[in-house]
Design a protein around this ligand. Structure first.
Ligand SMILES: Nc1nc2c(ncn2[C@@H]2O[C@H](COP(=O)(O)OP(=O)(O)O)[C@@H](O)[C@H]2O)c(=O)[nH]1
Ligand SMILES: [Mg+2]
Length: 343
């Protein structure tokens, strides 16, 4: 018996049935369960995911990244409505970097995806980033799987371009779209090469009205720069296109290009390889997180930490020596389960 707080097996089964039936409320509950920090919820979430796993993997997983204000949410609204009109079912996981409370950005996104939010075949889920590295919620990978089990065939993850967010989101999606602003060439200088190399599609957004000319120039600049980075025929760097999320111009074309890339990846075996590599890194990162949490919760480590810190500050001990001592205390306890409480 594993504690009374755990979600009973029949409730997990009911939740799984709701998700499979495409019930959006059940899906929302399942994601909440996956995001919960409670141990009992974690066990239930894992039981739920285990049931649903055979039904996952069928979606095109799309990451949308770019700096705040570039038009990510507007783009997702326009693209999402286009996809829904084609009969697709679209799930959006919008990671809000700013709000752990019910902050304004989520509200802003809701209004910017107002049309999509009303669509029967769409599901929009804002998630607080919760201080996770890269502005991606820690359980976003599980949320993607849950959306797939619920029958969504396109899952879009919106994230904000702050530091490592591109690599974090690139590691959980099939294709990454990087939105950029129409701007002068000096902006390009500051753009990290690594970010461009992660992207499958670089989209100059806001190619409309007064910004149309600037967008054309930016498009040419990026195409030129990327040709230098990834010479033609060398496995292909990202495509570079322009669009207007506001007017919709170029959005359907962007989707056509993305879908073609996805199909080519799937046919050539690249998609399976990419997802397997992601799963391996996911396992390692879960191990690291679990180990760090166990370390932080360990009373022997906690007891030794203060002492070590003051020795380091007093100049009597080096950080590596302190870390080794604390780890030794931790591992000693871990190897002697009889000392600890029964698990
Ligand atoms: N002119 C123009 N404005 C846009 C376009 N896309 C988004 N915007 C505006 O840019 C602002 C930020 O958009 P939003 O989608 O919230 O950006 P996000 O922070 O990247 O999600 C809003 O005022 C949008 O109306 C576009 O294609 N053209
Ligand atoms: Mg947004």
């Amino acid at each position: 018996v594993t504690g009374e707080a755990a979600l009973p097996q029949d409730r997990v089964a009911a939740l799984a049935a709701g998700v499979i039936a495409g019930d959006r409320l059940a899906l929302a509950r399942a994601i909440t369960l996956a995001e919960s920090g409670l141990d009992a919820d974690r066990a239930a979430a894992e039981a739920l995911l285990e049931r649903l796993l055979p039904r996952t993997g069928g979606a095109i997983r799309l990451g949308i990244s770019g700096p705040p204000g570039v038009g990510k949410s507007t783009f997702i609204e326009t693209l999402g409505l286009h996809l829904v009109a084609q009969g697709r079912r679209v799930a959006v996981l919008a990671v809000d970097p700013s709000s752990k409370i019910s902050g304004g950005a989520i509200l802003g996104d809701k209004t910017r995806m107002g049309g999509l939010a009303l669509a029967e075949q769409a599901f929009i889920r804002p998630s607080p980033a919760g201080g996770a590295a890269g502005g991606v919620a820690p359980r976003t990978r599980e949320a993607i799987l849950l959306c797939e089990a619920a029958g969504y065939d396109v899952v879009i993850v919106e994230t904000v371009g702050v530091g490592q967010s591109e690599s974090a989101v690139a590691d959980m999606v099939d294709l990454l779209v990087l939105l950029i602003q129409p701007a002068g060439g000096d902006e390009l200088q500051g753009m990290k090469r690594g970010i461009l190399e992660l992207a499958d599609l670089v989209l100059v957004n806001k190619a409309d009205g007064a910004l149309a000319d600037a967008a054309r120039r930016t498009l040419a600049d990026y195409r030129h720069a990327l040709r230098l980075l990834a010479p033609a025929g060398a496995g292909g760097g990202p495509l570079v296109e322009a669009c207007s999320a506001l007017t919709g111009a170029g959005v359907a074309e962007a989707w056509t290009a993305l879908a073609a890339r996805h199909a080519a990846l799937a046919e050539g075996g690249g998609l399976a390889a990419r997802r397997q590599a992601q799963a391996r890194r996911w396992l390692r990162s879960e191990l690291e997180l679990g180990l760090l949490a166990a370390l932080a919760a360990d009373p022997a480590v906690a007891a030794g930490l203060k002492d070590c810190q003051s020795r380091i500050l007093a100049g009597n001990m080096t950080p590596p020596a302190a870390a080794r001592r604390l780890l030794a205390a931790f591992l000693k306890r871990a190897r002697a389960p009889a000392d600890g409480p029964p698990s």
